[in-house]
Write a protein that binds this ligand. Structure first.
Ligand SMILES: C[S@@+](CC[C@H](N)C(=O)[O-])C[C@H]1O[C@@H](n2cnc3c(N)ncnc32)[C@H](O)[C@@H]1O
Length: 269
């Protein structure tokens, strides 16, 4: 697909976020991540749900998302594993939150991908380090797999994509991107930039992008939600394709009911 001049200019002009804005964002997410009601739709919280039920529902959603990802990792072929071994390829996951969808360390290692988690929140990063290290240490012979030990990086996703060097990321080695309930947390401008840069990264590594979240297509009544912006599948594909410079497509799709929302998991190539 040919890039229009206005789209390519937008990519070139996309900036990183300022340090002060990023710090403020981190503090906002630190406070959210602490709460047992974190990421639950505000209407449900206002209806008086208990903390246990809120956590239970989020855990189940995390299971759905990580099972979708595990299926993809488990479908790796010997050729995939060989290629990843020789190139030290990675899976980069964005937004560890309260750790509901963190439990696929073993599957990533079996697929020969090193996991890197990115999050703008210190609280989320610290909890993820503890959880991921404990998963890793339980794997038999983990001492011989240190090169595949998961890594957690405190970083803001838009800035990390626009200026990967400063975040210590080599986009050419990222074979899979995984974003569960993250795109809707970004401003409209940041979401557009992130999708375009993810598309660009997809083209570099012939990889996959896994996005899990509520789509506007299935959740019209939430279109004006104050906490999470919904986007349509068409919008996601359009911006990924403008970054990759070819038409990307959905190769796997599953849906899940989370309270009264439909959450969709997509694998895009
Ligand atoms: C809604 S939570 C989702 C967490 C988890 N994936 C889940 O589904 O339970 C969003 C996570 O993304 C992180 N986050 C939000 N905006 C971000 C940004 N611009 N860059 C990096 N991380 C961000 C937050 O700190 C939070 O941990």
């Amino acid at each position: 697909m040919e890039l229009s001049l206005s789209t390519s200019l937008k990519i070139e002009q996309a900036g990183t976020l300022s340090v002060s804005y990023t710090k403020r964002l981190g503090r906002i997410w630190d406070a959210r991540v602490e709460s047992p009601f974190a990421f639950v739709p505000s209407k449900i919280v206002e209806s008086g749900i208990s903390p246990e039920s809120a956590i239970g529902a989020s855990r189940e959603l995390g299971e759905f998302a990580q099972n979708f990802l595990k299926d993809i990792l488990n479908s790796s072929t010997d050729a995939d594993r060989q290629r990843r071994k020789s190139k030290s390829n990675k899976i980069v996951a964005v937004g560890c939150g309260r750790g509901y969808d963190l439990h696929w360390v073993e599957e990533a290692i079996r697929a020969h991908l090193r996991t890197i988690w990115l999050d703008v929140s210190d609280v989320a990063c610290q909890a993820a380090i503890t959880d991921l290290n404990s998963q890793f240490d339980q794997i038999p012979n983990s001492s011989s797999l240190v090169h595949l030990r998961p890594l957690v990086m405190k970083a803001e996703i838009r800035s990390a994509l626009v200026d990967p060097e400063s975040a210590g990321l080599d986009l050419g080695s990222v074979e899979i991107w995984y974003l569960c309930r993250v795109l809707g947390c970004l401003s409209a401008r940041s979401a557009e930039i992130v999708l375009q840069y993810l598309g660009r990264s997809l083209a570099l590594c012939n990889g996959s992008i896994i996005i899990v979240g509520a789509l506007l297509d299935d959740n019209e009544k939430y279109s004006g939600s104050k906490n999470s912006r919904l986007m349509s599948l068409k919008y996601i594909l359009k911006h990924l394709s403008s970054g990759s410079r070819y038409d990307v497509e959905v190769v796997k799709k599953e849906s899940y009911r989370y309270f009264d929302k439909i959450v969709t998991a997509l694998c895009i190539r």
